[in-house]
Design a protein around this ligand. Sequence first.
Ligand code: ADP
Ligand code: MG
Length: 161
Amino acid sequence: MAKKYITRNAKQTKIIGEKFAKNILKSGVKKSAVVLFLQGDLGAGKTTFAQGFARGLGIKEKITSPTFVIIKKFRISKKINISHSLRSQEVCYRYFYHFDCYRLNKSKEILDLGFEEIISDSQNIVAVEWPERISKILPRKIIKIKFNHLGKNQRRLTISE
Ligand code: ADP
Ligand code: MG
């Protein structure tokens, strides 16, 4: 069943992303990569969510929209403090890939960037903005997060797994 959240500022959206990432780390690796599709209009909060999500993965680098480069790759630390305890835990994921498909013209273009290998590696976590652009190359199992603009600072996030 889909989970819905209403956020009233960017920080709240980041916190949802952060918690979501920590839950993924806690749940351990699957058969293939964890793939998130971030859907929604320009300014709906996809990159804002990705910023919180990366923070939840323990990534310290600044996250910006990879609009022009299409893909950015970040190393996930081997040990992260996932829960509230002071001890850090071993993490079995290695890389976080952040895609922005806005500038792709054809689904096929993403294959040249190694998309298939990336999503088949179970140690990867992948977030894709504008997944509609690659609708012809859908991975089998994805987590879909829909962002709706409700007001100036109000957004609705619908997460379906
Ligand atoms: P997208 O990647 O979907 O184009 P961004 O995350 O880059 O969107 O931009 C969202 C913009 O809206 C940012 O400037 C952010 O500060 C602002 N904003 C205001 N309220 C919210 C909210 N509740 N959630 C997310 N972003 C918000
Ligand atoms: Mg964006």
